[in-house]
Design a binder for this molecule. Sequence first.
Ligand SMILES: [Zn+2]
Ligand SMILES: [Zn+2]
Length: 238
Amino acid sequence: MNIRQNLTKFKNKVLDIIFPNGFSCIFCGREIPQGDICDRCTEKNIFNTGNRCQLCDTPIKEGNIVCDHCKSHKRAFKSVSCPLLYENEIRSSILKFKSDGAKYLAKPFAKLIFDRLTTDDIQFDIIVPVPSHKKTIRKRGYNPARVLADELSLLTGKPVADILIKTVQTKNQKLLNFNERQTNLENSMTITDANFVKGKKVLIIDDIITTAATVNACALLMHKASEIYACAIARRSL
Ligand SMILES: [Zn+2]
Ligand SMILES: [Zn+2]
């Protein structure tokens, strides 16, 4: 082995320590020379880049501007940015991040969100993570939205504001209709200082977005903000 090969080996070892997920695809685990996502996953249309609802970012038919859900439900946020579609490998990878202690995935996920926010030209002053109940945090070891917020803060230089608190654990939300779910969520959270967001542009961050009921409930609590945007790693189609 020559000096050059030795140096490359050393560099890769250092990068492995700094980036434990380095050089293996964050979705399928396949080894890659560099980056976070392999060519095969990139080619599978995992990105949420087709025609989408201008408000909640869900994929919609070409020619439509807003989805049926947003037409019938008032949104307290201006727009949502989700770089990926919540399907197959993306789904397993996010579940690993949320429930299996794969906290290191926050870094590449936040980078994907950051790139999408840049493309969408979203300007904001503070990042507010969707809160988790303390019992859920104790079980998981962390709040995935908070960990993502920290990584996004490093990329953007914008501070994280933990002003929302989850006071009640919300379970079996799937059994409720949208309005019941919305009310249930609103009653399960509280804001520590409603005036803190006054006149500020807020970016709410979550891991996955489906009906956008959670981010909408968060946005309603921060109604004093001048503008509210939301983002997440992936979007489940409505
Ligand atoms: Zn892959
Ligand atoms: Zn929509």
